[in-house]
Ligand binder design. Sequence first.
Ligand SMILES: [Zn+2]
Length: 233
Amino acid sequence: MTELEVLLQYQEVDGKLRGIEQKISSSDERKKYFSAKKFLEKASEKLEILDNKAVSLERSATALTKKYIALAKSLDEFAGLDDLVAQGADISFYKKQALSVSEQLKGIKGELSQIVSAVQAIQKEYAALKQQTITAQKQFKEYKVKYNEVKEGNAEEMAKLEKELAKIEKGADPQIMTKYKAKRREKIFPIIGKLRDNRCPFCGMDLPIALQSRLSDGKVIECDSCHRFIYKG
Ligand SMILES: [Zn+2]
């Protein structure tokens, strides 16, 4: 077998292997398995965000409580007001103070209602996340098994093809094989193609005369532009 024949045979068998790989990767089982997996991976991040929000709300509530306690204490000053006024204290000062306390109480009430709404929103988000997580967990478990079955169902055929490839590769140019495999990893296929109108069949680049003469000798050359391999039939 010539170098070219070996490479073409390799590519043909490799094409079959690639076909199986594509069939597996586009299978419903794989898609559902990975979508559930992704959701579960992100769920912990989402939960952390909710946790952080809850912690920050708790801090706000604590600060608000302190504010309220301080305010309640300031009301003690009003306890002996009757006596103070009887002794000639300025009533307008206490009026001003009472007004200020009333304003501050309004503020606390407003802040408190904001915290309550925020807590309710978090509870809602949390409940939704919990439900979605339960669904995703079920899907993950179910489709992990199904996806494995798809892989196992093709394993024998793939192993057979891989064995065949290893055998063919022994007769191939190692340098070309290294480059071939690199392209394959980049999901490029086919990698070896027949010259068409003196152009690369893949990217359409015009082949320099020097390269064309090498092709006439039955050699396989690498395209300068797309780095795939070209032969002349
Ligand atoms: Zn090319």
